[in-house]
Design a protein around this ligand. Structure first.
Ligand code: ZN
Ligand code: ZN
Length: 568
């Protein structure tokens, strides 16, 4: 991937009239991205660009006006392009850039989350990344942070002025996150002291901490009169779904499809549970209620899990087994030169227990991709047991399928082979999550699990896991559009989807603080699955060729990939 010298571009791309920009599409998209980093240094840092780590942008009306003008200036460059003159990849990129700009404008002027969600104004993330990423010598990183921290009082002043009509839930979240801001300031200070810069920064760190305290006091004052509902409501939900998911279906249609899918999955789980009952539970007669019957078998099977100290080693051991399965069953080509490295999650990144892929992003091609797994050391015996039952013998394998092979990691390797900065930076979350969810189903269809004589157990456990994606969509739409309350939500998750109380409580919290993202798993999956079934009906269909062609387009919305693949 070619890299540009941003300093040379300066602000020139900014004020240039559109008519003067007669360069090709790829030059335009490159210029747009570079100009975006200048406008939004925090987004630059998140993308792995460190030209302006010292600049903190106050989130006020002036910045919103700059952003609005910038987006409106660029939109026509990507909207009216003659599609036929572009390659399929550029055509997708142009559509994605137009969609991104329209989405940003909609968020700015219609969703207006900057006014009602105080947690939008959290400076901790970029400080943490600038401090802990090896983009420059430590001395330089701390000096850049010094300049950034000096701007924190102005940042919080503008953030306070931006707020109006906040929700209680997001205000409480921002209050919960404020100590985290103080913690990263402590990290910066201790690093500064080690480098002998401590006394130089003391006054500015003091002022920054004071600004955080002022922010906390302001939020506490707003809390008693916080009236806005955390529920998005139909009027905002449907357009947000269109902007974020970019599905061919509406949110309503996706919700209805999820209800239908839920019935299919439950019927299949019931059949598995019935077959397994005598050997897994015993001679006791099964309860009449289908949820109780399925739940009993799942609870019994969950007792089989690795010892807590074997958690990371077991995941490490499974990766080559998954790779071998993919090769033996000819499901898709894996790149043998890119083996996945499983490692313990670095200390500073450990928040919640779990596992996930850490990819370097388009600006750090020299960095490795890791599969980070957090060991269970820090947990109480009870918490570790609960987590191990959740990630039991079967689910742990499905987790590895989802996160690694052929899920997120494999998709990433393919996406990196077709370099498109647009898709790497502004990739479609529903395609990415949908692929991982599709991959789980595809592995089960190939007979994975049955090789150990445990086909029924594996299929039942996959059903529980798959039901989680389906239920996420039902929950999100029900809560944000249909007004579902906490009691019904928790019942949907625990009794009707076999989740632990801890998992359900976390999900209830997440659905109050986010919207639409929870639908991405099922939405993406259902579109990929429908595309495969449509192509399967054509002569000469090969599963392997389908997978490889689908992944070759990179992280574009499934709708756009489907348009290309159905054209042929
Ligand atoms: Zn146990
Ligand atoms: Zn995922």
């Amino acid at each position: 991937m070619r890299r540009r010298d941003v300093a040379a571009l300066g602000f020139a791309a900014f004020g240039l009239p559109a008519s003067a920009m007669e360069a090709s599409f790829s030059v335009d998209s490159e210029r747009f991205i570079e100009a975006l980093w200048q406008l939004d240094p925090d987004a630059a840092v998140a993308a792995g660009r460190f030209e302006f780590p010292n600049r903190l942008t106050p989130p006020g009306a002036a910045q919103r006006q700059r952003r609005r003008a910038f987006l409106k200036e660029w939109l026509p460059r990507f909207d009216g392009l003659p599609a036929a003159s572009l390659s399929p990849s550029d055509r997708m990129d142009a559509t994605m850039l137009g969609a991104k700009i329209r989405s940003d404008l909609w968020r700015l002027d219609t969703l207006r989350e900057w006014a009602w969600n105080p947690a939008e104004h959290n400076p901790a993330g970029p400080i943490d990344v600038i401090l802990n990423t090896d983009w420059a010598p430590e001395q330089q990183r701390v000096k850049a942070l010094h300049a950034r921290i000096r701007q924190l009082p102005a940042f919080y002043t503008e953030a306070r002025k931006s707020l109006s009509g906040v929700t209680r839930e997001h205000t409480e979240l921002a209050l919960q996150q404020a100590p985290g801001v103080l913690a990263v300031l402590d990290d910066v200070e201790s690093r500064a002291q080690q480098l002998g810069l401590g006394s130089l920064m003391r006054t500015d760190l003091q002022a920054a901490r004071h600004a955080v305290a002022g922010w906390q006091a302001h939020l506490s004052q707003l809390l008693p009169s916080a009236r806005r509902s955390f529920r998005l409501g139909a009027a905002l939900y449907e357009p947000k779904f269109q902007h974020d998911i970019q599905s061919a279906r509406s949110a309503r249609e996706t919700y209805e499809l999820a209800l239908q899918r839920r019935e299919e999955v439950l019927a299949s789980m019931q059949a598995q549970a019935e077959a397994l009952w005598p050997t897994v539970v015993g001679s006791e007669p099964p309860p009449a209620d289908r949820f109780a019957r399925i739940g009993r078998v799942i609870a019994r099977l969950s007792e089989r899990h690795v010892a807590r100290e074997r958690f990371v080693d077991e995941i490490r051991a499974q990766i080559p087994q998954l790779e071998a399965w993919i090769r033996q069953h000819d499901l898709l080509t894996l790149d043998p030169t890119k083996p996945l490295v499983v490692r313990e999650t670095p200390e500073y990144q450990r928040g919640v227990a779990g596992a996930g892929i850490e990819a370097p992003g388009p600006y750090r091609p020299q960095d490795r991709t890791y599969y980070n797994v957090t060991p269970l050391d820090g947990l109480s015996a009870e918490a570790a047991e609960s987590l191990l039952r959740e990630y039991n013998h079967w689910i742990l394998q499905i987790l590895n399928i989802h996160e690694a092979i052929p899920g997120h990691y494999t998709q990433l390797v393919y996406a990196n082979r077709a370099p498109s900065k647009v898709k790497a930076l502004f990739g479609n979350g529903a395609m990415v999550e949908g692929w991982a969810v599709y991959g789980e189903r595809m592995m089960i269809e190939s007979g994975y699990g049955a090789q150990n004589g445990e086909g029924a157990e594996m299929t039942l456990m996959w059903g529980k896991w798959h039901l989680r994606s389906v239920t996420n969509t039902i929950l999100d739409y029900s809560v944000h559009v249909l007004g579902m309350g906490e009691k019904d939500a928790l019942d949907l998750l625990t009794r009707q989807a076999f989740q632990t109380e801890r998992e359900a409580a976390e999900k209830w919290r997440r659905v109050q603080l986010t919207s639409v993202q929870l639908t991405s798993y099922f939405s993406g999956y259902s579109e990929i699955f429908a595309l495969r079934e449509a192509l399967k009906a054509q002569s000469g269909f090969s599963l392997k060729a389908f997978h490889e062609q689908f992944l070759s387009y990179g992280s574009a919305p499934v709708r756009l990939i489907a348009a290309e693949m159905l054209k042929a």
